[in-house]
Design a protein around this ligand. Structure first.
Ligand code: AMP
Ligand code: GLY
Length: 427
């Protein structure tokens, strides 16, 4: 069977890599793909991003299954388009993708269905937003409504930062998005304390299969400092998600969400990613929903997946997730992101990358912002590579990932030296 992976990041490289291990998969197309998927003879990059053009191409090529990595094509309705033409695709519809694409939608949904999340209110009027901030006090969190590529959230530690964020988002209208007809909108919510984890499940509209747990590191610098990024590294499993926390997250967050979406007439199919904040008592609350897998969480998670991913996605498309039993490698996996010069502000493109090792079963360098030009792999985006390793312990995985990273070079590269620190206990 020919399969199509939509997207071009590290997550999509990992999905393509995993799908290609299925004996039933004859060819993996990646649209648009990256330098890593271009290098691998099992994959073929496809320079199409338009949703209708992709659907036409998939029909012509008789693609048996399509899986969508990033949120943008989902929010643009790629699943609706493919399904309307009888193509098999795994992901949420445009309506269901609002769980991620609109913070106002997802917060109202959680309130309506009693799903634990931070208290909040929604504003279009800056004066009311400022008054609300003064009433609640700092720390407080301001979120732009609509997709803002991870840059629409300000965790304000004092009132000034909070007021500035409101002015930036509402008055300067930086993230004004079209779906609320004109004005921009912000969600302002209470600050939650605790430890974050990524809780990712597959949904077929009714049934749920949880993936292995994971955690990522969002800040650019060691010690979880510096600006927020898409994620500088990740590992699986996440020790903070104990069996008890896992059961609570399923019972209090994931299942009510799936039931709630069904009840609201927009059943959720696809990967559902709940960003959890777990407090000191082990109570999880939902920070956000994403309607896709995490990047870079996908890379370590899929290295641990032993089940055939094609079978899994087919079961999900057919509404038979209740019949699957996911098999995981017991060993932990850890991925270190290598980012471009000046990431995240304004990443430099075009730096030549050298020292890329061959793939091993237990160590793979997944590409993200790379391009293959005249036989040379060059940087082409913010997060460039994710060195991902499976080993007998997280400490060993970390050591080996850094060994591999040290052999790779591109000018201006930056990577954290402490990925996994929360989960690795110092002896
Ligand atoms: P989001 O895109 O909503 O997940 O927010 C991005 C990041 O901001 C999260 O990963 C958290 O680190 C932080 N954050 C978001 N909401 C809150 C909150 N209510 N309390 C504390 N931190 C938050
Ligand atoms: N690593 C965070 C995300 O994918 O949203």
């Amino acid at each position: 069977m020919k399969v199509l992976v939509i997207g071009g990041g590290g997550r999509e490289h990992a999905i393509a890599w995993k799908l290609s291990q299925s004996p039933k998969v004859t060819r993996v197309f990646v649209a648009p793909g990256n330098g890593g998927t271009a290098l691998n003879p099992k994959f073929e990059n496809l320079p199409i991003t338009d949703v209708v053009a992709l659907r036409e191409w998939a029909q012509q090529e008789k693609i048996g299954l399509t899986v969508v990595g990033p949120e943008a094509p989902l929010a643009a309705g790629v699943v609706d388009e493919f399904r309307a033409h009888g193509l098999r695709i795994f992901g949420p519809t445009k309506a269901a993708a609002q769980l991620e694409s609109s913070k106002a939608f997802s917060k109202a949904f959680m309130r309506r269905h009693g799903i634990p999340t931070a208290d909040y209110d929604t504003f279009t009027d800056p004066a009311l937003a400022h008054a609300f901030i003064d009433r609640l006090g700092a720390p407080i969190v301001i979120k732009a409504d609509g997709l803002a590529a991870g840059k629409g959230v300000v965790v304000a530690m004092n009132l000034q930062e909070a007021h500035d964020a409101v002015d930036f988002m509402l008055v300067d209208n930086k993230y004004g998005v079209t779906h609320n007809a004109g004005g921009a909108r912000v969600v302002i919510e209470a600050f939650l304390e605790g430890e974050e984890a990524s809780f990712i499940v597959l949904c077929d509209g009714k049934n749920v299969a949880a993936l292995a747990t994971s955690q990522d590191h969002k800040r650019l610098k060691d010690g979880d400092e510096g600006p927020n990024t898409g994620g500088m590294g990740a590992y699986s499993p996440a020790p903070v998600v104990t069996a008890d926390v896992h059961a609570r997250a399923m019972r209090e967050i994931i299942l009510p969400t799936i039931r709630g979406m069904e009840k609201d007439g927009i059943p959720f199919t696809g990967f559902l990613y709940a960003g959890l904040m777990i407090d000191a008592q082990g109570r999880p609350k939902t920070l956000e929903f994403n309607c896709r897998m995490g990047d870079p969480e996908t890379q370590p998670i899929l290295m641990r997946l032993k089940s055939d991913m094609l079978d899994l996605l087919n079961a999900a498309i057919d509404g038979k997730l209740d019949q699957v039993d996911l098999q995981w490698d017991r060993r932990p996996a850890l991925g270190v992101v290598m980012a471009a010069h000046n990431y995240p502000e304004d990443p430099r493109k075009g730096d030549a990358i050298t020292g890329l090792p061959a793939d091993h079963d237990d160590a793979v360098v997944f590409h993200a912002g790379t391009v293959l030009q005249d036989g040379v792999v060059r940087t082409s985006g913010g997060r460039v590579l994710c060195v991902t390793v499976l080993a007998d312990s997280l400490r060993l995985a970390q050591n080996r990932a850094y060994d591999v990273a040290r052999g790779i070079h591109f000018d201006g590269m930056q990577y954290r030296r402490d990925i996994g620190h929360r989960a690795i206990k110092t002896p």
